[in-house]
Write a protein that binds this ligand. Structure first.
Ligand SMILES: NC(=O)c1ccc[n+]([C@@H]2O[C@H](COP(=O)([O-])OP(=O)(O)OC[C@H]3O[C@@H](n4cnc5c(N)ncnc54)[C@H](OP(=O)(O)O)[C@@H]3O)[C@@H](O)[C@H]2O)c1
Length: 409
């Protein structure tokens, strides 16, 4: 039983707090800290109501490494779980180095003033963490996170070489709002409006955002959805760590309604991230937009339907071509019944708890900075089945894999 510190009291932070509280044999004293104390207290009250456990709360500015380090020392935390925003990653890694604490997150660093995310900034901490004898685990959400572990597990158990990887993220849920994002609107909109990049024959190729799309039918009657190719951060680490990959792509479903609203918001300048002067005050349009959109952590009540996120993987086993699809289906209403959150926060928060569990158990505790696919996937895969995200896999013919045909319907 080890003390931990969770930073960030949003949709994902709430799920992490609940799920850690549900595993008392691993997670000792839990402190939930964020910018707004009242949000931490509200989550702590819900955790108490659902699990009977009391968790501590604190206010912290995660952009201030010294202040966070003092909180780490005060709580005696052995691991900091960062589920604040990607802007805080480097300051929180610094705080962990100052206070001698392991680090974990679910999204890679992104500077506030440039809509660009990549691992270089965090990989540059390798030597510092190694020298300090501390562990940093990057990207332990669903994507990145589970999708990386699915790939590592496929390589360990089903392939000698992986050649192509297509990560397909479908949210078949409906929140009943005219427009809302499923996680932090600012991060979400920066991500989906970015240029698309995919890996092909040893290099990343750029294409305009949302320019390539196709229908995808999910298994188990989740439905058929239009999926759009886009850049996603796990592509960068996966092509580095699995060098046999010839092509790697990421796809996400969007409804026509979401795309219509996004186009208008872009056209009128509401997705800009540079400050504009309004009545003598500088405001960033995208940050203002976040303030008026529905809060993703409040969507649980109204969201119905299921998510289906998985990987189509092809390669060679014993000299023969092989293809598989490995996936999880998660029901929004079931997540709400269990922890009071919709499935996007749930599918991120559960793997965050599971990644933390592997570090605290010692199996993934190795000095340095690690992407999740660099670790043995088996215990993590078993924990997914145990803790609310059961997965399945099916063998595909090469033609089915080419067509993303994963059902018999
Ligand atoms: N890998 C995946 O599958 C995946 C999927 C979805 C999301 N994510 C990541 O998960 C993280 C959390 O997402 P979310 O939807 O929960 O976001 P959210 O609802 O906006 O929550 C973010 C939390 O961080 C707090 N925060 C922001 N800046 C802070 C600062 N300087 N000091 C202290 N606290 C600060 C916010 O405080 P306030 O409440 O005061 O604003 C809020 O409580 C994001 O990094 C997102 O990219 C990963």
């Amino acid at each position: 039983m080890m003390p931990i510190l969770i930073i960030g009291a949003g949709g994902v932070g709430s799920v992490v707090a609940h799920k850690c509280a549900m595993v008392p044999e691993v997670f000792g004293e839990i402190t939930l800290a964020s910018r707004t104390l009242s949000k931490c207290d509200a989550i702590a009250a819900e955790v108490k109501m659902r699990t009977g456990r009391t968790i501590a709360t604190a206010m912290v500015d995660a952009d201030n490494a010294e202040e966070t380090a003092a909180l780490i020392r005060k709580t005696g935390a052995k691991l900091l779980i960062n589920v604040a925003l990607p802007y805080q990653d480097l300051n929180l890694m610094d705080a962990c180095l100052l206070a001698g604490c392991d680090y974990m997150d679910t999204a890679n660093y992104e500077p506030l003033d440039v809509a660009k995310f990549e691992y270089s900034w965090q990989w540059a901490y390798q030597e510092k963490f190694q020298t300090a004898g501390l562990t940093a685990l990057l990207g332990s959400g669903f994507d990145p996170g589970v999708t990386n572990v699915f790939t590592a597990w496929a390589l360990k158990h089903h392939f000698d070489e992986i050649h192509t990887l297509d990560i397909i993220d479908v949210n078949g849920g409906d929140h009943g709002k005219a427009f809302a994002t499923n996680f932090n609107p600012e991060i979400n909109i920066r991500e989906v409006t970015a240029e698309c990049r995919h890996w092909e024959d040893g290099t990343f190729l750029g294409t305009p955002p949302m320019s390539k799309h196709q229908p995808f039918t999910c298994p188990d009657g989740v439905g058929t959805f239009e999926i759009y190719r886009m850049y996603h951060e796990e592509l960068e680490s996966l092509v580095k760590h699995i060098p046999t990959l010839r092509r790697a792509q990421f796809w996400m479903s969007f409804s026509p309604n979401y795309l219509k609203h996004l186009e208008v918001l872009q056209n009128v300048g509401m997705t800009r991230i540079d400050p504009v002067l309004y009545h003598g005050i500088e405001i960033v349009p995208l940050q203002f937009l976040k303030a008026v959109l529905p809060n993703p952590s409040d969507l649980g009540q109204s969201t119905k339907g299921r998510t289906c996120i998985g990987n189509v993987i092809t390669g060679l086993k014993d000299g023969t071509a092989k293809a598989i699809y490995i996936y999880n289906i998660c029901d929004h209403e079931a997540c709400f019944a269990e922890v009071g959150s919709q499935a996007i926060s749930y599918t991120t928060g559960v793997p965050a708890m599971i990644g933390a569990k592997q570090i605290l158990a010692g199996d993934w505790r190795k000095p340095g900075v690690w992407n999740i696919e660099q670790h043995d996937p088996d215990a993590f895969m078993a924990d997914l089945n145990q803790h609310g995200l059961p997965w399945q896999f099916i063998e595909l013919t090469p033609e089915q894999a080419r067509e993303f045909q994963v059902t018999t319907q």
